[in-house]
Structure formats: C-alpha cells, structure tokens
Ligand binder design. Structure first.
Ligand code: B12
Ligand code: SF4
Length: 613
C-alpha cells in the first residue's frame, strides 16, 4: 500500500528538520512491505496544488502528523483532502492527536486518530486497508466507522526500542536536512521522562499511558551506535545532537555510552539534561568524549513559580551548580526559559532575568508560555479563564495567548524582549570571554566608537549592532562601504589587534558584485598610516564567505605609545553597492602575550571561526 505523510512545519522558525515520529512510522511501514512518501511543507501550499500532489502519489492512506502549533494546518489540509479526494482515508497522529483526541476526531476531514505510539497500529491499519479487511478495531486508534466513533483501547508501549527499525531518514532527503543545520545529526536515545512538570506533554502522556507499560525506555547503547554508524555511511556529518529530554537519566547506560562512543566516533555532540541528574564527574566524562553543548531547563528564576506553578522541584543552587560544572568541564551551556506563566509576576520574570545574568549561558532559549492540551497547567488556565486566543505557530512568538492579572500581555511581550536581549549579550560575552581568555584587554574599540572619527557618506552607513550567524552572536561595528573609523590610541604595552570581519547575514542573497573590501591601516600618527590588513568577502558569489572570519594582527611596530588605527570598508565594485552591508566584529586590542608568536596570525592569516551554511 502507498502511504502519504504530510507534515506542515509552518511557523516553527526552524530550518527543515527530521521529524522522528514520521521517521519511525515510515521505517515500520517499509519493513512491512508498504511504500511511503512525505510532503514536507515549509509553507502552506494552495489547496489545489496540495490535492494534486496527493492525487499524483495515489495513496491508499494519508497520514497527518504534527504538534499542537501545527494542528490548525493539519485541520485545513484534512478539510481540503476530504472535499476533493473523499475516498482516501485520513489518519492524524502526533502529540496533539494524542492529547487532544476529541478535538481532532471531531474534524470532518479526519477519519482516524492515533492516540499512542504509532508503529504497530499504523502497520496493522495499512495491512488491513491493503487487504480490504475491516480496520475499526485496531488498538491505539479511534476510528469513524459506519457512522459511529469506535474508541479502541491503547496497546502496550513498545517495550524493547531496539526491536524497532531505525527511523527512515531517506524520506526527508536527509542530507539536505543536515546541510541546513551545520550537518548536525539529530538522534533519540529513548522515549519518555520520569519527571512531572505541569506544563509538559510528557506529564500528560505519562498519565495517558498509565497501566500499559514502562513509560521511560532507552535503546541499548549498541543499537544507538549502530544507527550512528549507518548514518555515517550514508551522510556527511559534522556533529551529533541527542534530542532526548534528558540524556543523563540512567547512570549505567551513560557509563556504557561513555566507554563505547569514543571507540567508534569522535564527533562533538549536544545533549539536554535536567539539573537534578548531573554532577561534576558526569560533565567531565561527557566533555572528554566530545560533549560540546549542554541544554539545561531553567524555565523560571523564581523558586515559587518553579515549585508552585511548574512542579519543578529544583533549587536555584542546583541550577547554578549544573551550569558551573558544565563550564568547568569546558562544555558550552544553553538555558531554556519561559515567560508569561499563569500567575507569574514582574518580580518572577525579573528573577528569571537575574538568574540568567548570573548563569551567563552561551545561549538562552526564551519562549512565551503556551498551554498544551491535557497538561495540568492547561487545565488550570482553562479553569481560571486565562485563555484568550488561539495558539500561535511556534513558541518563539512573543505574544501570549493568556490574559491574567499579575502580568498583562504587553508586559509579557516586554519581558520576552528583555530576555532575548540578554541572550544576545550573553552570547557575545561568551564568545569574547573564550577568545580573550588569559589575555589582557587594552581597549575595546566598540566601546570607544563614540570617541572615534568616522567618515561615511551618510550617518546611517555605520553603527553598532548585535549580529547572529548560526548560533553565534557578536557585537559588530556595521560599516556599509565606503566607511572609515579612525581611533587615536595610547597603548601602554606591545599590543595585538584581534577582530572579525563579516558581511551582514541579512544580505547574503542580495549582496552585490564584488562584495566588500576590508582594510586596516595603522601608524604612529594620522599622517603616516600604512595598510596592515586587507581582505575581501563576497558572500553572494562564494558560500564560503558567509560567516565570521577572525584575525589577529600584531601592533608591535606601533605600540607601546600613541598610535592611530583605522578600520575601513570599500565596495568591491562601487557601481554596485546598495546591499553590501558589512562590518568588523568584536574589535579589541589585547596585550601581546610574550609567549606567543603572533606573526603567524598576521594580516591575511587564517580565519579561525569561519563557518559556511
Ligand atoms: C525531538 C523533539 C523536537 C525536535 C524534532 C521535532 C520533531 N517534530 O520531531 C526539534 C528540536 C526540532 C523540536 C522542535 C520543536 N518542538 Co519539540 N520535541 C521533541 C521531543 C523531545 C521528542 C519528540 C519525538 O520525536 N518523540 C519520539 C517520536 C517517536 O514520538 P512522536 O513524535 O510522538 O511520534 C509517535 C506518535 O506520536 C505517533 N505519531 C506521530 N505522528 C503520527 C502520525 C500518524 C498518522 C500516526 C498514525 C501516528 C503518529 O507515532 C510516533 C511513533 O510512535 C518532544 C518531547 C517528547 N518527549 O515527546 C518535544 C515536543 C514534541 N516539542 C514541542 C514543541 C512545542 C516544539 C517546538 C514547537 C518548539 C518551537 N521551536 O517552537 C518545535 C516545533 C518543531 C516542529 N515543527 O515540530 C512540544 C509539543 C507540545 C505540543 N503539544 O505541541 C513537545 C511535546 C515538548 C513539550 N514542550 O511538551 N522538537
Ligand atoms: S523534565 Fe523536561 S521533559 Fe521531563 S517532564 Fe519536565 S519539562 Fe518535561
């Protein structure tokens, strides 16, 4: 049987990604002899085009999958398909179908809903449809059958995750998925979470699954490594991302992983952890085998909110320690935060802000709270009559769907913006901290901009901006060419100029012929400047020119003492210069470390953090 998956990944603000659920389902169907296809929608197609695409594949079954945010698109698509292709049965699954089954099954375009794990149920359904057999009694499914709704019970949870075939990545054109995210391979180590946070789908799922098996399960380490090895054969990979809610749940499993992973692979990897499941030794061990980034849930800086609203019994001290331990082990940190929680006050939001300032993570993820169906917090919001609108597309949207007294929607929006701003400051601060570790900063040229002499055709050509390329954010002196910034400096010792150059990521596709020429000139006085650096970037013509490019230039010839330093940009082709915005990033002068020979990094030298998309 031909099975057609439709996944509307709309409004999540994420690059095209691998959806594990569909991957597992497709693998199970293929193993059972069925064929599958996926329509991955990054934008909503017009109904005729979508119907035509479905008709062309001539499926015996259409499968819709998505989260709560995506449900409104699933519903729309189901409606179009039912009115144009009424004979093709439509089944809907995923976290929303599971936790808001009544809503989903009430949609006239949806014939069936999958309430539990889908592998066995979907294969049974496809087999039945293929052979023209009745399919109304399949466990895990609610089925509209002869004018009635059959609510079948749940089947046991898959006990042995190793028994499942590896998820089907081919369906997603997986190399393209990897290429869009720095070739980071997304993996799942297990299913389920033992905690009981009131806002999380896991809490609701565990409730739903009571009595049908163990909720928290892990694949064997060997099974996981075998999947990584298979992916390594098929795809170009640069790093791994374990997307499980908590990677550090099971100590013996972790130890086995730490022993076996480095025997086979050396890719850096990212994990999520719960602050209550880690200690310094775990981080040291994980760092030694490649952990490069750890994401930790802070959610709220207010103990009251964590305990009374979120049911997260974790002390501030534990959170702070977990970040410190990760840092000490050399692992980058990422905090998850929410704002706009029901009953939250400005004081609570400030506590989240202040806690993050202390944690100073490499990245802060900030979401406005969304109440997800069947969670305790959703029920509370409903009971208190807090829900005032429909859920937005993704949870990076700064608008709240709640209306409660202690923090109104405008205040929530403001707190979101303040936290986002802090995120940028932390990200840039961390980049600088790493780059300058052990060095003495003599002058931060971004701070000194107000004292510099600027020459630009119009004032708008220059300014300061925080620029993000991939996940790295930097303070940049924007200098739309032609532009020159000249500093008069008094340096107390021999110095090195450390800086990056970049073309503005907003113009990668629009930049014009020739790109931008960057130069640095220096001299003991303004009248005696000599060029000590020149480089040209043309991000539109050369993909490898997208990113930050770092340099260090020794200023020993000009320091200590008074000197003039001039940064400049010129258009590669002055006749085509409208969109070539560019700049110098984190321009800083540091003391020359006598132990290091800076000559090797001189003008035109290597770019140490250049990244291409
Ligand atoms: C991995 C993960 C991600 C990954 C991968 C996303 C993905 N869609 O696979 C990334 C990091 C990209 C991600 C992003 C986001 N995520 Co996320 N993510 C998860 C996580 C940790 C695991 C999901 C998973 O793969 N589970 C394993 C698979 C096998 O299970 P499954 O998806 O449920 O699929 C099974 C069944 O549901 C069923 N099934 C699924 N689809 C279908 C279809 C049919 C036809 C049938 C029959 C059965 C069926 O069968 C599958 C196999 O058994 C969950 C939390 C959790 N523990 O579940 C959150 C979770 C799904 N994410 C969530 C959210 C909110 C997001 C974001 C919106 C955040 C944002 N950026 O705004 C985005 C949305 C991205 C998107 N478009 O999906 C929420 C969703 C809550 C909700 N009610 O909607 C969850 C539940 C976490 C939470 N906060 O509670 N996420
Ligand atoms: S620890 Fe994380 S995944 Fe587990 S229930 Fe709490 S929020 Fe959900």
């Amino acid at each position: 049987m031909r099975v057609f998956f439709i996944y509307p990944d709309l409004g999540s603000f994420l690059p095209r990604h691998f959806q594990h659920g569909i991957g597992f389902l497709s693998a199970a169907l293929k193993k059972a002899g069925h064929s599958t296809r996926l329509l991955y929608l990054s934008e909503l197609w017009p109904s005729e085009k979508l119907v035509e695409e479905t008709r062309r594949f001539a499926p015996g079954l259409v499968c819709l999958s998505g989260t709560t945010h995506q449900y409104r698109y699933l519903a729309q698509i189901a409606g179009w398909l039912k009115s144009s292709l009424p004979r093709i049965p439509v089944i809907c699954g995923g976290v929303h179908a599971m936790l808001a089954s009544e809503e989903v099954i009430s949609h006239p375009g949806i014939d069936m809903v999958c309430r539990g794990e889908g592998e066995d149920a979907l294969v049974e359904l496809a087999d039945a449809l293929d052979r023209g057999r009745e399919y109304h009694a399949i466990k895990n499914l609610w089925v509209k059958w002869k004018g009635e709704l059959v609510r079948n019970p749940l089947r046991p949870l898959v006990e042995d995750l190793d028994s499942l075939p590896f998820p089907d990545r081919e369906l997603f054109d997986h190399q393209a998925v990897l290429d869009q995210d720095d070739q980071r391979l997304s993996l799942l180590v297990g299913r389920g979470c033992p905690y009981d946070c009131s806002y999380c789908a896991n809490q609701a799922k565990r409730q739903l699954y009571q009595g049908i098996g163990k909720y928290v399960r892990l694949r064997s380490v060997d099974n996981l490594l075998a999947e990584i090895a298979l992916c390594a054969e098929k795809y170009k990979i640069r790093s791994l991302d374990f997307n499980d809610d908590i990677f550090t749940l099971n100590r013996p499993w972790m130890e086995e992983f730490c022993a076996k992973y480095p025997q086979k692979f050396s890719w850096p990897f990212r994990i999520n952890v719960h602050a209550g499941t880690v200690d310094p030794a775990i981080f040291q061990k994980l760092a030694s085998i490649g952990a490069e980034m750890v994401r930790i849930g802070v959610e709220s800086g207010s103990e009251r909110v964590r305990r009374q609203i979120l049911s997260r019994r974790i002390k501030e001290e534990e959170i702070e320690k977990s970040f410190q331990w990760a840092e000490q082990a050399g692992i980058k940190t990422w905090s998850f935060n929410m704002v706009g929680l029901p009953g939250e006050t400005a004081e609570d939001a400030l506590a989240t802000y202040n806690l993050n300032r202390r944690l100073f993570p490499d990245h802060m993820q900030v979401s406005v709270f969304n109440p997800y169906p069947s969670t305790r917090l959703f029920e509370l919001c409903q009971k208190q009559n807090y829900i005032r609108g429909e859920l937005t597309d993704g949870y990076f949207v700064p608008q709240s769907v709640l209306n409660f007294r202690s923090l109104n929607p405008a205040e929530i929006h403001n707190w979101h913006q303040r936290l986002m701003r802090l995120s940028l400051v932390c990200r840039n601060g961390k980049v600088l901290k790493r780059r300058l570790s052990g060095k003495t900063v003599l002058c931060n040229l971004a701070d000194e901009l107000c004292r510099a002499e600027v020459s630009a055709p119009v004032p708008d050509y220059y300014g300061e901006e925080l620029i993000i390329i991939y996940e790295e954010s930097r303070r940049a002196l924007i200098m739309h060419p032609p532009c020159r910034i000249r500093y008069e400096l008094e340096l107390p010792m021999a110095a090195v100029f450390s800086f990056g150059i970049m073309m503005h990521p907003g113009i990668y596709d629009r930049g014009e012929k020739g790109g931008v020429k960057f130069f640095v000139r220096a001299g003991k006085s303004a009248g005696s400047l000599e060029q000590i650096f020149a480089h040209q970037l043309d991000a539109k013509a050369r993909k490898e020119d997208c990113g930050f490019f770092d340099f260090e230039i020794e200023l020993a010839k000009f320091s200590p003492g008074r000197m003039t330093l001039e940064l400049g940009t010129e258009a590669g082709d002055p006749a085509h210069n409208q969109f070539n915005t560019a700049g110098f990033t984190n321009p800083i002068i540091v003391a020359k470390n006598p132990g290091i020979d800076n000559h090797k990094n001189m003008a035109g030298g290597k770019s140490c953090s250049a990244r291409t998309p």
